[in-house]
Design a protein. Structure first.
Length: 278
């Protein structure tokens, strides 16, 4: 059941992603503006993550998906029950002991609202704002020692909730969302990136890896969407492997700042690719 609350938020303000997500696109939106289609009525986004593209475009309809169960449960609760979520969030405290207590909880034994509240708390107070899991799917990021971090912007959360009501929310492999594409839809693909080197890997959003075979499967899906008549835009690392996979399409270089390296000196500027079929 959807709970709709009346709030006097400021209309016209840009929507801000609720969570920090490795590979999030907030910093790249300005560079993406000339690359987006001139009009987007229906957006399909199978690697949703922090949702910066969706929240910026604010389409009339959308299908959004991700393989991370905790992430997509969070968005469903934000959409359907923001009042209960905010009420539950207010019980959290910012201490090291409490953080590890919450991290140790089994989300499968919690209600959807409690799971969503736990997810947001861990995302905000984990070191460097990371969501990372081990091979058993357990969150394993240490406490971040943030003293004055705000857990939730309630006004923005309600606006996000209203926007998410225009979207179907799925959880699963990227192919799940692509089963329902039709000609003319805009599909934005933002997979875990092909590593620049063996030491540069960060694909632990879920317990399942996203390696070269998955990149090849995604490239085939890109080709199929192109043939279907969809407008397709994809982000990935600038490597010879990526360039070869999408040879013949429009390749645009954009500049991004690494944000998940544990060392500040490892967060420099890098070049990424945006691949389009239009």
């Amino acid at each position: 059941m959807i709970t709709i609350s009346v709030h006097s938020w400021s209309k016209g303000l840009p929507l801000k992603p609720v969570i920090k997500w490795a590979g999030g696109k907030s910093q790249l939106i300005a560079q993406f503006l000339p690359l987006f289609p001139s009009k987007v009525n229906f957006l399909v986004e199978p690697f949703f993550g922090g949702g910066a593209v969706f929240f910026h475009l604010n389409p009339q309809k959308a299908i959004i998906a991700d393989k991370n169960e905790e992430l997509m449960n969070f968005y469903r609760v934000v959409r359907d029950d923001p009042d209960q979520l905010i009420a539950d969030i207010k019980r959290h405290v910012n201490t090291k002991e409490y953080y590890y207590q919450v991290r140790s909880l089994d989300p499968s034994q919690m209600t959807d609202v409690e799971r969503a509240s736990r997810f947001l708390y861990l995302n905000k107070f984990a070191y460097n704002g990371l969501w990372r899991v081990n091979s058993r799917g357990q969150h394993n990021v240490p406490y971040g020692y943030y003293k004055n971090r705000r857990l939730v912007d309630e006004e923005n959360l309600y606006r996000i909730s209203a926007t998410l009501r225009k979207a179907r929310i799925l959880c699963g492999d990227f192919s799940l969302a692509l089963e329902e594409t039709e000609p003319g839809m805009f599909v934005y693909l933002d997979p875990p990136y092909h590593p620049l080197s063996e030491t540069a890997k960060f694909t632990s959003y879920t317990a399942a890896p996203f390696g070269a075979e998955e990149q090849l499967r995604l490239a085939q899906a890109f080709h199929n969407l192109d043939k279907q008549g969809c407008r397709v835009m994809l982000s990935n690392s600038d490597t010879p492997f990526t360039r070869e996979l999408y040879r013949g399409y429009d390749l645009v270089e954009v500049t991004a700042r690494r944000s998940i390296n544990c060392k500040a000196e490892g967060r420099g500027l890098i070049t990424e690719l945006v691949i389009r079929n239009y």
